[in-house]
Ligand binder design. Sequence first.
Ligand code: ADP
Ligand code: MG
Ligand code: ZN
Length: 453
Amino acid sequence: MENKEYQPVIGLEIHIELATASKMFCGCDAYHFNVEPNTHCCPVCLGLPGALPVPNKKAIEWTIRLGLALNCRILEESKFDRKNYFYPDLPKGYQISQYDQPFCVQGKVILKEGREIRIRRVHLEEDTGKLLHTEIGGKKCTLVDFNRSGIPLLEVVTEPDFQNSQEVDEFLKDLQRTVRYLGISDADMEKGSLRIEPNISIKTKSVKGKAQNDEELPLYKVEVKNINSFRFARKAIEYEIERQIEILQGGETPIQETRGWNETENKTVSQREKEEAHDYRYFPEPDIPPMNFTPEKIAEIKKQIPELPEKKEKRFIKEFKLSPYQVDLLIETKELADYYEEALKINGKIDGRKYSSPSEIANWLINRKVDIKTVSPEKLIKDLIASKEVTSVSEAEMSRIVDETLSENAQAAADYKKGKTAVLGFLIGQAVKKIGPQADRQEITRELIEKLK
Ligand code: ADP
Ligand code: MG
Ligand code: ZN
């Protein structure tokens, strides 16, 4: 039963690092995992005086790709803005982001049970540098690495439409899969290329004695940071819901703040009271002119989008008569789904008589955990055919093998004749061993019964 008295309200802010070759506003190499610190930098991403930003066209197209995949409207005119704040990982003193004219707005996603999650916006910004807190010669210090500074970072903001942690979990996993299908990021939480910040509050339904409509939201919200796995996202949300309900039950209102997930203590801890958007003093980026997207340009970007998981799922079930379970596993990655369809095309072509059903091929692929990087679809189909082939043995040879089996297992043969028919399985097994795993069991059984009469 859902708790009717206290209804959790959850909205997500999700950052995704794009896998472009170069950074967002300069030509520096964007790859930054296990790279010597401060080697992928230039005057632009270090914020040196006079450096001019040039937007990465691919990063913009990829942002619109995801926006379209999330059913967003693409603004005809968009622009970049400066978000001003000070932090040592931000050399310019401002982050180039998008404020009131982001690339994509008003999208939506439907969860499995049919609930709709509205997407407020998808915009593009630049990542910051990375601070490393360490100790040198016994002295505590903080080092900064600017390799990450200026890497294209996409932000997805949802409306506060989630009601529990399971809905968030489903949404995030679907989003990760979609991003990977689009080929725009590895969306790996451990590497930080997918980062999520849930905002949580609790709506109290009966306190004021009047029904609240759905748009009425609590006047506070708590944002949780430092989450680096789907499991921690679930736990952090569940912890917050409980913590806030306890405060409300005590007759108080939780304060609006940013909290951090502490994975060793399994709880959230207060980090700072929340700043508001107006604290950042956004203003238009003067070095980058506003951009226009015509319907033709948007249609062109739409063409880059492959069949997405939800659609593929429905088609696989309908076209190949697979179970939802099989399909779920097959569409986990685009590579696996494509591989499967490739195998289906080859099916029946290698040996016209040996056609396997799509379900058989799916099971073969799933149950044997076939490594699709090393086993080609041709090899897969050949292996499947071979597994069904029987080793043919001449009549005389079969007779000799069964005779041999019976004389070597005289006791079992005698037992059978006394009515212990269960030993037949054992005798078949012994004969199979002599011929091989592909032996024709039917033929052996017939021969055995004949000789045991
Ligand atoms: P801010 O300006 O503080 O960033 P926004 O209104 O832009 O706040 O919302 C940021 C995120 O917080 C969005 O994902 C939104 O869905 C979510 N959010 C807004 N209000 C609430 C609320 N009362 N409870 C939970 N999440 C909320
Ligand atoms: Mg925010
Ligand atoms: Zn650079």
